[in-house]
Ligand binder design. Sequence first.
Ligand code: PLP
Length: 403
Amino acid sequence: MSHNSAVAVYKSVLESICSDGLYKDERVITSPQSGKVMVSFPQGNEPKEIINLCANNYLGLSSHPEVIKAAHQGLDNRGFGMSSVRFICGTQDIHRTLETKIADFLGMEDAILFGSCFDANGALFETLLTAEDAIFSDKLVHASIIDGIRLCKAQRHIYEHADMNDLEEKLRTHASNARIKLIMTDGVFSMDGDMAPLNKIVELAEKYDALVAVDDSHATGFIGRTGRGVHEHYNVMKKVDIITTTCGKALGGATGGVIASKKEIIELLKQRARPYLFSNALMPAVVNATLKVLEILSASTERRDRLEKHTKCWRKSLTEAGFDLKAGNTPIVPVMLYDAKLAQEVSRDLYAEGVFAVGFFYPVVPKGEARIRTQLSAALEQSDLDQALDAFVKIGRKHKVIK
Ligand SMILES: *Cc1c(COP(=O)(O)O)cnc(C)c1O
């Protein structure tokens, strides 16, 4: 195949993405991440300030002065880059300190850091499971979990989303044929904003002698009374075997992934996990800043409390205005529109009204389930939410989404 014909193939794929209304335009931000950001859209236009309802900056720590200061200190004291993977010469004392502190925060024995949670999920299954073992995973797990599972040879059983009867049926049928059984779920599902029924999952795990692994990327720092995660919310903190999570969302939002678990599991991951052995260590500025985030979160629950208050208020206001929301009680609040083009138009009109909320459609959600996903943040003011609600009502009426 010549170069030109390959390019023609890709061009026609791109054209069909466009004609299906599925093309994603990136909006360019020209300010730090915060409750309000400067955005230039369409690209090249003069940037304007808008209310940000689509960041994973749940606790408003992405541009917190103390976090920035800690990052500067990391940079000044330990340099810019590690120029090595962890096991060669990429482990500083602060990497180990962060692993210990994050394990403590999550209520686990130990932890291992990765470049991202995508890498953590890429490492988990292939390292711990073989063809003798079995994975039972929720149908709606994150893309990185799906890819991670593809890398290992364990038998794979997918249960219907959050359906405990189906999970039990699959455990009953297949658990006895496997050496190690692992149940894998997201703690909070990123597209729908609902929580996995972790209390019931751990009961089934006990009954069928399975390990429980939870990806708490959209929960660490703010779900549960002191923000430990979905296991705290359901009061099952000692019953979850493995937690994967990210430093790239509530914990300052820079970069970094984590697996926290029993010490033998962490030790084995450090010996065998390919994304750990063959990818660079986290930069000291990020490590130092994430340590500061954990210190802030351990000192006070003020930020997660404020986020919870915003979440309740926003869900209530949108529901009363007549919008169709996905049910739940997390700061991920999806406004259902069902049609990809409509979701794009509503998002564009909201931008004109000073609100940044992005349309989600295939392939990130199933076909026919397009939506605007809104996300709350402790960085938002009540006045921002009031203004955003006015914009949603105006644009909702314009498109006949509400009366
Ligand atoms: C965001 C996310 C990830 C990826 O995290 P990164 O650190 O950005 O790679 C993994 N799993 C879930 C559930 C996520 O929401």
